[in-house]
Design a protein around this ligand. Structure first.
Ligand SMILES: *[C@@H]1O[C@H](CO)[C@@H](O)[C@H](O)[C@H]1NC(C)=O
Ligand SMILES: *[C@@H]1O[C@H](CO)[C@@H](O)[C@H](O)[C@H]1NC(C)=O
Ligand SMILES: *[C@@H]1O[C@H](CO)[C@@H](O)[C@H](O)[C@H]1NC(C)=O
Ligand SMILES: *[C@@H]1O[C@H](CO)[C@@H](O)[C@H](O)[C@H]1NC(C)=O
Ligand SMILES: *[C@@H]1O[C@H](CO)[C@@H](O)[C@H](O)[C@H]1NC(C)=O
Ligand SMILES: *[C@@H]1O[C@H](CO)[C@@H](O)[C@H](O)[C@H]1NC(C)=O
Length: 379
């Protein structure tokens, strides 16, 4: 062997050990996922590699002492924004790591549990291959950020439901290998609300993981339904963007479905994060739950006040949260969340409204901002 060739080989080997792209492709192949079924896979992989390759990340000094935990915060990879130019029928916002850190620093947020907003992997109705590839690329992007700044970020995994076998594989990889803080689900996956029997094998598997109680973060998406010919059609019955109010009804539909199907009470190892302080859910609770057997009512109500955690993203303080508390939810079940960078109202006012709340003690407010999430995630 000629020396220059050996050097070239050595260089290649050293270089390859830093080539995350190859590891990501190999891990996907091992799980039978063809990332290149997506036309933008190479661009996405390059953006992930670029995160690993950054030598120094400028973290604002204010983050060092910031203690709030944001449980509802999103990142928007550039290729995802191009794929999904609208979210809830309004433009998908721009996102940069620098802006996110600036936002955290300005609002005393030391840690954000990042996730992908709606529609996540549900961009290719009917295509398991593409949905699974998209979920994997999004999860690799999320974990790349987390690995760069583990003190400040953790993540909820994107889950390619309604394809339960693929979703189980993805969750095994994300929770077991990438160290995700929990799984992110949508209010409906291709028209299947979360209590649908089609999804039961997924929850059974997640519940059966012995390591710890898994956290399921639910995010609302647009209402949709199956037409008679099986096609998925948009079901927003109003002239208003889905993100405006439909999301509140979506959260309601899916937690009602999770309750009546008994998914919540049967799978006792799951903790749930209900977005936006429950959306419209609490106000329909007494009405629908009455139709259930007494044992289901009692067990569901017990679960609502122990295994359901309600995030405070949006203008939910003071009125909506006071309503929620009237249903027996305690301050210890509330989690701070912002919906950054998707919210259309000022974050500063949202936070000020928590600080101003006359119905909570200073300790309870501190728990909403940080203590409750630290207890939930064991941080
Ligand atoms: C890393 O591996 C990928 C896939 O084999 C390849 O396309 C890319 O050029 C490699 N990058 C570097 C910097 O070697
Ligand atoms: C963080 O807190 C430490 C200890 O109280 C203090 O010395 C340091 O100046 C603070 N840093 C910032 C950026 O506020
Ligand atoms: C943080 O606050 C500074 C100073 O008020 C402001 O210039 C900046 O735009 C804010 N950054 C974000 C992301 O909100
Ligand atoms: C299925 O039905 C929907 C709603 O009626 C319609 O918009 C769509 O074009 C139909 N698709 C096919 C493939 O026939
Ligand atoms: C929960 O258990 C009940 C009774 O044991 C059963 O009827 C129901 O189908 C189960 N639901 C789910 C989602 O497992
Ligand atoms: C919080 O209270 C202050 C002082 O009473 C008031 O000026 C401010 O408008 C309140 N903010 C919100 C968002 O309620």
């Amino acid at each position: 062997m000629k020396l220059p060739f050996c050097l070239a080989l050595l260089f290649h080997l050293i270089h390859a050990s830093h080539n995350v792209t190859q590891k990501i492709i190999a891990a996907a192949e091992a799980d039978n996922i063809d990332l290149f079924t997506l036309s933008f896979a190479a661009e996405a992989l390059a953006s992930i590699q670029a995160i690993y390759d950054v030598e120094h990340i400028d973290i604002p000094s204010a983050l060092a002492n910031a203690t709030r935990v944001d449980t509802h915060a999103h990142v928007v990879p550039p290729w995802y924004q191009a794929l999904v130019p609208f979210t809830g029928q309004v433009p998908t916002p721009d996102w940069t790591l620098e802006d996110h850190f600036g936002f955290m620093a300005n609002n005393s947020i030391g840690h954000s549990v990042i996730s992908i907003s709606a529609p996540g992997s549900v961009v290719y109705p009917g295509s398991e291959t593409q949905s699974t590839a998209l979920a994997r690329l999004l999860n690799e992007y999320l974990v790349a950020l987390v690995r760069k700044v583990p003190a400040h970020f953790s993540f909820f995994a994107v889950t390619p439901l309604p394809y339960t076998a693929s979703a189980i594989t993805e969750v095994r990889y994300a929770l077991g290998h990438l160290g995700a803080a929990g799984v992110g689900l949508l209010s409906n996956h291709e028209g299947y609300y979360l209590g649908n029997s089609v999804l039961k094998p997924f929850f059974a598997q997640l519940d059966a993981r012995n390591s710890r109680k898994e956290v399921v973060f639910v995010h609302p998406n647009g209402p949709c339904m199956h037409a008679a010919n099986g096609t998925l059609i948009d079901a927003n019955p109003t002239v208003y963007p889905e993100g405006l109010v439909e999301y509140y009804f979506e959260t309601t539909r899916t937690f009602m479905d999770l309750t009546i199907s008994q998914t919540i009470i049967n799978f006792t190892s799951l903790n749930w994060i209900v977005p936006h302080a429950g959306g419209a859910f609490p106000s329909v609770e007494d009405r629908f739950i009455d139709s259930q057997p007494a044992g289901v009512i009692a067990a569901s109500k017990a679960a609502y006040s122990t295994r359901l955690f309600w995030d405070a993203a949006g203008p939910v303080f003071p009125h909506q949260v006071q309503g929620l508390l009237a249903y027996g939810v305690s301050a210890s079940q509330l989690l701070f969340g912002t919906d950054y960078p998707y919210a259309r109202f000022p974050y500063a006012l949202e936070i000020e409204a928590i600080e101003n709340a006359t119905f909570f003690t200073a300790t309870e407010k501190a728990d909403v901002f940080e203590g409750n999430s630290k207890a939930l995630f064991g941080g």
